[in-house]
Design a protein around this ligand. Sequence first.
Ligand code: FAD
Ligand code: SF4
Ligand code: SF4
Length: 455
Amino acid sequence: MKRIRIKMNEQPAIERIENFSEVALGYTEEQAQTEAARCLRCPTQPCVSSCPVNVPIPGFITEILNNNYDKAYQLIAGENFLPAICGRVCPQEQQCEARCVKGVNAEPVAIGSLERFIGDWSLNQQHTVKASKSKHKVAVLGSGPAGLACAAELARVGIEVSVYEALHALGGVLRYGIPEFRLPKHVLDTEIDKLKRLGVKFYTNVLIGNSLTVEDLLQEGNEAIFVGSGAGLPRFLGIPGENLNGVYSANEYLTRVNLMNAGRFPSSPTPVKSGNEVIVVGGGNVALDVARVAKRLGAANVTIVYRRSMKELPARKEEIIHAQEEMINFKLLSQPIAVTGENSEVTGMECLSMELGEPDESGRRRPVAIENSNFILKADVVIVAVGQTPNPLFIKNTPELAVNKWGGIIVDQSTMSTSIDKVYAGGDAVTGAATVISAMGAGKRAAQSIVRRIM
Ligand code: FAD
Ligand code: SF4
Ligand code: SF4
């Protein structure tokens, strides 16, 4: 029995495709206790070193078993200020759970689900958040996980932190990218409220590089600036027909639905073409999120088009299973070569069938086109989810900032300092599209090096 981990209850697929409510419902207290009892409390703690922010995993799990949820929360929050978020969205199977000793002969301990249990418990508590006060001042650009983690770490030691966000709402991809059914926005709002209680000031609708420059921020008395501007620039396929009506980037599509409430048009002012036959190009988590959103907006058929096979599909296994349960189709080994249309509207997508050749530099088998294998898929909406690159807006207006050929900000990995004195950076703006917890880890490291420098 102890070999099998406790699975969270879920909203049934047939019901959930009709709504945006959360799919995974979290552990009950009894489930959390049973799962916590599976942890072996290994002295070497390999799970801890596989977590990018080193959450003390056996420690907090022991406190769950002791019924001491407050202590469990304090232990997690000491390293990770957003447990209710990370417990939901971290790719745990590649991180903390990947090296869980229990996983050698059985299923690994469900560390993420237990972290979520404590994170959710904490959302209903009024924690007194204590922070000392100092005379130091730092500005943070961007309110995604990198910016939030940096702000939390700085505010904890009493630094006055101002976070500037270009959009009208806070959270970065946590707000406009990850859909409500995976990360409810009330969870994000409550986690951000904790930062506000710590004294962090937030300013929305401020585009740093335009409305305010690095020079302005330094002149206002900030002793350092952290840049967490993310990777919000979508990649396209570069094929004919991509400018037809009904073609969206994943970024635009998700922003319309998640941030601008397009699903409620016309009672909300922003529309989105929901479509009946929807094609999503790509195989990562973003593509799966888009497909599942399209299904919930009422599309009859949603098809993921991916050029390799199921084995190479990069999305998390859990998300693939959820998508399959929700009747998302997978058209694998298929490479789009044109979007077809009539009267400027999308009517379909022309593809080539592929086969897998020798492994490429990424180690995955290279897809090779099969000659004369062209076929057409019917579509009235096409959404392109083939990756994002670092947001260029701040970078373009700050020419002295050194960037690599992909547009990522170059940093010294030990301090996260950039080519401009007093300017630090981290998260997707440096690495390109990555994960929430790696962005938080970078924000935290930058904050620690800012503290060392100014205090
Ligand atoms: P972002 O979250 O992109 O935040 C950057 C913020 O900076 C944005 O709010 C932006 O508006 C703001 N900004 C940019 N330029 C300026 C400027 N000049 N002035 C002021 N503000 C500015 N990761 C996971 O770990 N698990 C998942 O399940 C997962 N799902 C994902 C689903 C989707 C649809 C997407 C797109 C990504 C997903 N990711 C996931 C990746 C993860 O969300 C990102 O790696 C993470 O959000 C990066 O954090 P960040 O703080 O670096 O950037
Ligand atoms: Fe695992 Fe993420 Fe929690 Fe770290 S923060 S322990 S990687 S769920
Ligand atoms: Fe528990 Fe697994 Fe970590 Fe061991 S490796 S302490 S079993 S969570």
